[in-house]
Design a protein around this ligand. Structure first.
Ligand SMILES: O=C(O)CCC(=O)C(=O)O
Ligand SMILES: [Fe+2]
Length: 336
């Protein structure tokens, strides 16, 4: 685990940008070639930007504004939408609740952030798994204000679910699989959307305390929208140093998560990343993170074509939903 918390690294040179519309309009040979580019990126860091995504600007702007207005509310108002007990996945998680580095076994002070979290927009018909109903399909605790929050949130959630499905087709092409390979594994996804607010800080953080501690994401892929022009998101490169993700106006930053690494037998890497606060006095920063997660019951076992001859799978198969639940619950402060 790297620990150079005070380092102020340079922006990532040549941060890759992938034009999704170009891929979708290409013929079979073009798609294979573009897929190969994505394969190379995912073997190296698994972090890239997506342009040509066609997510309407008003959908993005609306959720951004509503989240900003929500975080501006007094603490006691935000607390009304609080997750009812530690380990409950949705609703408002106030400052001091989560330490992402704990998912990596690092005992750090809590992250300097607050978040609002929401789950799937509906429960699939006939689903009766008690754990799934109690965790991924638990109710989102909606805030009463600002007006229009829920409508804006749901529109953005839908747009992200759709975008994630399109990116998973790129991933299938990148892995030399038929492009619909993942479709059935993500047709009842248990994805979560998280709005993050990192308040302005005036005092030095505690030793080891960051805005978001070093972690990997848990699922198939994450679609991030960092505040335009903001800094602080860093990835741990294959060369072994922290690199800042540059601001990329109009593009989403995506990264693959642990389940994609497991699926591909570590051909693709789920890269460690974090959000730092420079020198203890950092400006407020907001972001949106959509954590795309395969169906609750989906078994994630090594894709056979990701095994070289004579190689054996590095991981035991896991089920998507229970895996997510165990990772999430490791990061929250237990009840006092
Ligand atoms: O806020 C960001 O830019 C990244 C947050 C993040 O990595 C996470 O919440 O998993
Ligand atoms: Fe993350």
């Amino acid at each position: 685990m790297p620990s150079d918390l005070s380092e102020n690294p340079a922006p990532a040179r040549n941060f890759p940008i992938f034009d999704l519309s170009r891929f979708e309009q290409a013929d079979a040979a073009g798609r294979r070639a573009l897929g190969a580019e994505v394969d190379a990126i995912c073997r190296s860091t698994g972090f890239l930007a997506i342009s040509g995504h066609s997510v309407p600007r008003p959908v993005i702007d609306a959720v951004w504004r509503k989240a900003h207005a929500f975080f501006d509310l007094p603490a006691e108002v935000k607390e009304k939408a609080r997750a009812p007990y530690p380990g409950y996945p949705y609703g408002y998680l106030g400052p001091g609740v989560e330490a992402l580095a704990k998912s990596k076994g690092q005992d750090t002070p809590p992250d300097l952030k607050e978040s609002f979290n929401g789950g799937p927009l509906s429960v699939p018909e006939g689903l009766d798994d008690a754990q799934a109903l109690a965790f991924c399909y638990a109710a989102t605790i909606w805030p009463e204000e600002p007006a229009g929050f829920r409508a804006a949130w749901e529109a953005y959630y839908r747009a992200m679910e759709d975008l994630a499905g399109r990116i998973m087709r790129v991933f299938a092409a990148a892995l030399d699989l038929r492009e619909t390979f993942f479709d059935k594994t993500i047709d009842r996804p248990v994805s979560a959307l998280r709005a993050l607010n990192y308040p302005q800080t005036h005092v030095a953080p505690q030793p080891g305390q960051l805005r978001a501690g070093a972690h990997t994401d848990y699922g198939s892929l994450t679609i991030l929208l960092p505040q335009p022009g903001s800094s602080g998101l860093q990835i741990f490169t294959p060369e072994g140093d922290w690199r800042e993700v540059p601001p990329l106006d109009g593009a989403f930053v995506i990264n693959i998560g642990d389940l994609m690494a497991r699926w591909t037998n570590d051909r693709w890497v789920s890269t460690l990343h974090r959000v730092v606060n420079s020198d203890g006095s950092a400006a407020r920063r907001q972001s949106l993170a959509f954590f795309h997660q395969p169906n609750w019951h989906q078994e994630i076992a090594c894709i056979p074509s990701c095994l070289a001859p004579g190689e054996s799978p590095r991981y035991e198969p896991v089920f998507s939903g229970p895996y997510l639940m165990s990772k999430f619950q490791a990061t929250v402060k237990p009840a006092a």
